[in-house]
Design a protein around this ligand. Structure first.
Ligand SMILES: Cc1cc2nc3c(=O)[nH]c(=O)nc-3n(C[C@H](O)[C@H](O)[C@H](O)COP(=O)(O)OP(=O)(O)OC[C@H]3O[C@@H](n4cnc5c(N)ncnc54)[C@H](O)[C@@H]3O)c2cc1C
Length: 438
């Protein structure tokens, strides 16, 4: 065994955890799990595995849904062990190890009056995990994706080299690591841009009668940059579907309501004041509820896509038409919100053509009384084909069986650069087989 600062585990509990994820659909047991004691451990283990023909997968919080962080008979590196956070107040930069959760990072930043500008809607994901995916959220209209706010990365390549990269140092590695699904390097540390934190948030929910009415307002609002945060959801009601716009204005008060929402033609509008951390963390109570229902522990065949503005209406309407409750599960969430591609300044995650696109997500749960998980996965594949036909892309965090050709098509014009980076930085294909790309 190599000399390590951390610990290599072979016990049944560690192996079982590494063989599972939030999706609960795939189960592949590794031979060992490394709890690294340092970034050098990550490099040592990658080199050790490479020499022996073993594969390696980084694991953050295991919130993948289709085995993306698993590796059969290889080594899972549990980055949760590397979770330090340093906030450099004077430079407005956070230097954070990849295993830290966003909840810990934001708490550390708020103590200094600062915050990362862009978040996912759930804070218990690891920094390395969301930077490997892209990190989409309601602040995207103002600040882009999470990967668009990274200044520098420390990574371990598939050759086991511990190095740093940035827009100016080894930019090809930087471009392939951000949103790069762990294919060229394991992120061990990131330097992230910070901005002043708001003290409070005025949070609005507005209801609309149709996809067209919702997206018309979303398009206008994101182009005007009227709000600091903007998303949307499709809700099932006894009378059919309802369309909800959720928007937030930082440091606003009730006195701003007329200016912000009076001309938005909603069927109804509600507003509330909420502290900034509670706003960012507002999924937490819902997660507790889902845990108590047993829904959080059920399989999650999720589907996430990005659609061009020109086809969003047609695809969403066609998808929702006749969509049975059993096809989504009891605790399903359907997201529909706009993304300004000009704010997403990294090549990954791949966006459809056009300056305005929409995230459309079917976050399903295979509840006891719903369709079986395998049926939901098959439906995801059909939805993927509909997405591609409509000029869309998938956001690769979900549960869709894809072929190598699908992947090459998915990356589109970036494929050649991405494949070249893989050959350069992971020539033996050691890293992250669970994504099934190469
Ligand atoms: C409840 C929930 C809410 C979510 N909300 C959002 C959202 O609002 N916006 C959004 O964009 N996404 C969202 N996601 C998706 C999420 O961003 C991705 O699934 C992310 O990869 C999960 O992070 P993790 O730490 O659990 O990663 P893991 O599941 O542990 O790993 C995910 C993938 O990244 C690789 N990986 C992990 N860490 C590293 C690293 N340090 N270096 C290189 N590769 C690594 C793994 O090998 C694996 O392939 C959500 C997921 C869940 C379950």
């Amino acid at each position: 065994m190599p000399d390590l600062d951390g610990e290599l585990r072979f016990d049944a509990a560690s192996l079982a955890t590494a063989a599972s994820d939030f999706g609960g659909l795939i189960r592949q047991e590794p031979a060992a799990v490394l709890r690294p004691g340092s970034p050098e451990d990550v490099a040592t283990m990658v080199r050790y595995c490479r020499e022996r023909g073993l594969q390696v997968a980084a694991r953050g919080q295991g919130h993948s849904t289709y085995g993306q962080a698993q590796v059969p008979s290889g080594v899972v590196i549990d980055l949760g062990a590397l979770d330090s956070v340093e906030v450099r107040e004077d430079a407005a930069v956070a230097v954070v190890q990849a295993g830290a959760r966003w909840s810990a990072l934001v708490r550390a930043c708020l103590g200094k009056g600062l915050t990362p500008p862009a978040f996912t809607d759930y804070l218990e994901l690891s920094v390395g995990g969301t930077l490997s995916a892209g990190g989409l959220g309601g602040q995207i209209g103002r600040h882009g994706t999470q990967v668009a706010n990274v200044l520098e990365l420390q990574v371990v390549t598939g050759e086991g080299e511990l190095t740093t990269c940035s827009p100016t140092a080894r930019p090809d590695l930087f471009r392939a690591a951000l949103g790069g699904l762990g294919q060229c390097a394991i992120i061990t540390r990131a330097a992230l841009r910070l901005v002043p934190a708001p003290r409070s948030v005025r949070f609005y929910t507005l209801m609309y009668p149709s996809v067209a009415a919702l997206t018309a307002q979303q398009e206008r609002l994101i182009r005007e940059a009227r709000f600091d945060y903007l998303i949307g959801q499709v809700l099932r009601t006894p009378d059919g579907w309802a369309y909800m716009l959720e928007a937030a204005a930082y440091d606003a008060t009730a006195a701003d309501d007329t200016r912000l929402t009076d001309d938005l033609g909603a069927l109804s509008a509600e507003a509330q004041d909420i502290g900034y951390f509670d706003f960012l963390n507002r999924l937490a109570p819902l997660v507790k509820e889902f845990e108590a229902m047993g829904e959080w522990q059920r399989p999650h065949p999720w589907y996430d896509s990005l659609l061009p503005a020109s086809s969003v209406h047609q695809v969403v309407t066609r998808t929702l038409d006749g969509l049975e409750a059993e096809a989504l599960g009891r605790s399903a969430v359907i997201l529909l919100y706009p993304v300004l591609t000009a704010k997403c300044t990294t090549p990954l995650p791949v966006m459809p053509d056009g300056e305005l696109v929409y995230l459309f997500s079917l976050l399903k749960t295979a509840s006891e009384d719903a369709h079986p998980a395998e049926e939901m996965v098959a439906a995801n594949r059909r939805q993927y084909d509909v997405t591609v036909e409509a000029g869309g892309r998938w956001y690769p965090i979900g549960s869709v069986p894809l072929t190598r050709d699908d992947w090459a098509r998915h990356f589109g014009p970036f494929w050649d650069e991405f494949a070249a980076a893989r050959r350069r930085y992971d020539p033996d294909g050691v890293l992250t087989p669970g994504q099934r790309i190469f």
